[in-house]
Design a protein around this ligand. Structure first.
Ligand code: FRU
Length: 490
């Protein structure tokens, strides 16, 4: 039996009951999941792969899990497609991307290899590899690795050279990968090829100049509106003002693309999410021209999964990206609206003190609260609640901050439970759209100009939603349950 057959057999024999998992967010059938990989359209279907270790709930030798969707809400699980079974990827098939080509669906991934130096010490080598398939089965090509680490310019790290993101421009393939320069600063390197097998080094697309963490993982590069966006996931960031927190995070560099020199002329660098659980986002373009982003809804430093839970890791809801007036907006994919049921709405409702509104409760919801007016200074929405548990967002009007608190969500680990976000673009009204799927909340502020994503594994019977206000607030509420039982998108 091959390594891949073994992994797929293990998954079949050990799969976790769907009832224990989120309803419309991608999770592994069993075991560990991290970064989204190979998010792409192939033969009219959207494919998503992911970093996967089926055999335990911990990170381990990386495989690629696989699922497909027609509408970003209902996902179909398929067998895993890559296992670390070659000399050049024996230490793992790390992150990468995919593209539709004349020869099939091409996956570009990082093969990780360990080898011994002459003095007997161990060295890690990361290089880029290719596998081609028909949407179900994929074959690693004989030319692997197609970009050996030795092809990097002198001084660039061969140990940190990973996560290729591929695209095509006028018949030429381009690939952006994370890397480190001689100063140990993160950078994104650009390569080009005509045939996916022979690649030439082009340039450093951007580098962190010692400012944004260390290594830059999981780059993605694409046009949006009239600009270009480079998404990176920096490691080891230090908090600096309200934009970035400590540790790993996801950033977007927005600017102009100097194509001649293969260089991004950055104009602004922003955080892609202010929550506790958002990393390694990847995007794709749909056939109708939308740029959709999905991310790993977890963080490396915080493992809050309850003991005994045999799956670990979720993806975010796929989000539509737009750039308007120089600002990046994220909105849940519009297809989620086809799965809305049980609507409940309140218009111009006055809130003062604590209140529960009839019909507003649950753990799988699309809930929008619009704060219209009033003399309130603080407004709290608390959810996943009962007499024992609750998690909340508190809006503090004076300071224009939103404070998240999951201290009482049932967490038994010593991890970050409170984090706040400064509202960057104050509007007359504050619109909070919250997407709940059992163990997560994704908050979209004012049509997605800022987002806040976090997980909590509160027992599912905690379903209360409580609104609280220190004085008086006039609000509109719109709530839908989300149900994926029927196929509503055909
Ligand atoms: C990001 C990352 C990638 C790497 C993968 C390994 O979360 O560290 O850089 O390819 O995870 O699983």
């Amino acid at each position: 039996m091959t390594e891949l057959e073994k992994a797929n057999q293990y998954r079949e024999q050990n799969r976790v009951d769907e009832g224990e998992k989120p309803v419309f967010h991608v999770t592994p059938p069993v075991g560990w999941m991290n970064d989204p990989n190979g998010f792409s359209v192939f033969q009219g279907t959207v494919h998503l792969f992911y970093q996967h270790h089926p055999y335990s709930e911990e990170w381990g030798p990386m495989h690629w899990g696989h699922c497909t969707t027609k509408d970003f809400v209902k996902w179909k699980e398929l067998p895993a497609v890559l296992a670390p079974d070659q000399r050049y990827d024996a230490a793992g098939c790390f992150s990468g991307s995919a593209i539709e080509t004349e020869e099939g669906h091409a996956l570009l991934y990082t093969g990780v290899m360990e080898r011994e130096r002459e003095d007997g010490s161990k060295e890690v080598v990361q290089h880029q590899c290719l596998a081609v398939g028909d949407g179900v089965h994929y074959k690693k090509v004989s030319e692997n690795p197609v970009i050996p680490a030795g092809q990097l310019p002198q001084g660039f790290s061969t140990e940190d050279f990973r996560d290729p993101k591929i695209w095509r421009e006028q018949g030429t393939y381009y690939l952006a990968a994370g890397n480190k320069n001689e100063k140990q600063n993160g950078q994104v390197v650009l390569f080009a090829s005509e045939d996916l097998r022979n690649w030439r080094y082009v340039s450093v697309l951007a580098d962190n100049r010692g400012k944004y963490g260390s290594m830059w993982e999981c780059p993605d590069f694409f046009p949006l509106g009239n600009k270009y966006v480079l998404v990176v996931s920096p490691q080891d960031m230090q908090s600096d003002g309200a934009e970035f927190h400590n540790g790993n995070q996801a950033a977007a560099l927005i600017g102009e693309y100097d194509r001649e020199h293969g260089h991004l002329l950055e104009e602004q660098v922003i955080s892609l999410d202010y929550g506790t659980d958002f990393y390694a986002p990847q995007t794709m373009e749909t056939e109708d021209g939308r740029r959709i982003m999905i991310a790993w809804m977890q963080s490396w430093d915080m493992n809050i999964k309850p003991a005994g839970q045999r799956w670990n890791g979720m993806m975010t809801i796929p989000r539509e990206l737009t750039l308007r007036d120089g600002r990046l907006y994220q909105q849940p994919v519009r297809e989620i609206e086809h799965y809305r049921t049980e609507p409940v709405a309140y218009v111009d409702r006055e809130i003062s003190g604590r209140c529960e509104l009839p019909g507003i409760r649950g753990r799988v919801l699309d809930l929008t609260i619009e704060l219209q007016e009033g003399d309130y200074r603080e407004f709290i929405v608390s959810f996943a609640g009962n007499e024992r548990y609750h998690t909340s967002f508190r809006y503090v009007r004076d300071t224009q901050t939103i404070e998240f608190d999951r201290t009482y969500s049932g967490i038994t680990r010593d991890v970050v439970c409170q984090r706040s976000m400064r509202i960057k673009k104050a509007e007359k009204t504050l619109k909070l759209r919250l997407i709940f799927d059992r163990f997560s909340v994704e908050l979209f502020v004012n049509d997605g100009v800022q987002t806040f994503t976090s997980t909590f594994y509160t027992p599912l019977e905690a379903e209360d939603i409580v609104l609280e206000c220190d004085k008086k607030a006039i609000i509109n509420v719109e709530k839908y349950s989300i149900s994926v039982e029927d196929d509503r998108c055909g």
